[in-house]
Design a protein around this ligand. Sequence first.
Ligand code: IMP
Length: 210
Amino acid sequence: MSRRLGSGKLVIATHNAGKLKEIGKLLEPYGMACISAGALGLPEPPETGTTFVENALIKARAAAEASGLPALADDSGLSVTALDGRPGVYTADWAERQHFEGAPGRDWFMAMGKVEGMLQAVGPDAPRDCWFSCVLAIAWPDGKYAVYEGRSDGSLTWPPRGTLGFGYDPVFVPEGREQTFAEMDPKEKHAISHRAYAFAKLVADQFSAA
Ligand code: IMP
């Protein structure tokens, strides 16, 4: 069994207020007091890994070392089978405007269009299978760590549909469904998302009765 958190302070290794709120809510029932790395003034380490696990661990370890507290980080992205798993760990980068237009900021419509363009370049019959991944990593200041992975399989649709959610939600149709993640009630998405599956594994491992 992995090292356990018990109850107490946990640093959420994110500077994103939305992520902190979502993760804080999920962990509230387990007696965890969540503080963000941003609120502690911790720097954001460069995500130099080539896998979701490496990047989640880089963020969790940096926050645990700098704060002296256990820290939780997540890393997620979209992988397309016909593109050999791309954009994968570079999912957010593909939306960076400066890569294309010299202006900062992220443009998700452009990113979805880039994925679609590359898929069409593979050929008209290219399989449209893809999956979202989410890795949650917990690191302790003494170097111990635990990693939980969730995956949501589906296919890419074009053009994008729906206005809910974020990122690549308007082009992702989860397996066995017809609506995209962006057309679904958020509660429905959260029941079948890669993030929900990773959290379920974390909760079962960290907080179930021993
Ligand atoms: P990061 O984990 O914050 O580096 O972000 C990875 C990127 O993957 C996000 O910015 C989103 O574009 C994309 N992504 C991850 N999870 C989802 C999701 O549930 N829906 C849509 N896009 C997602």
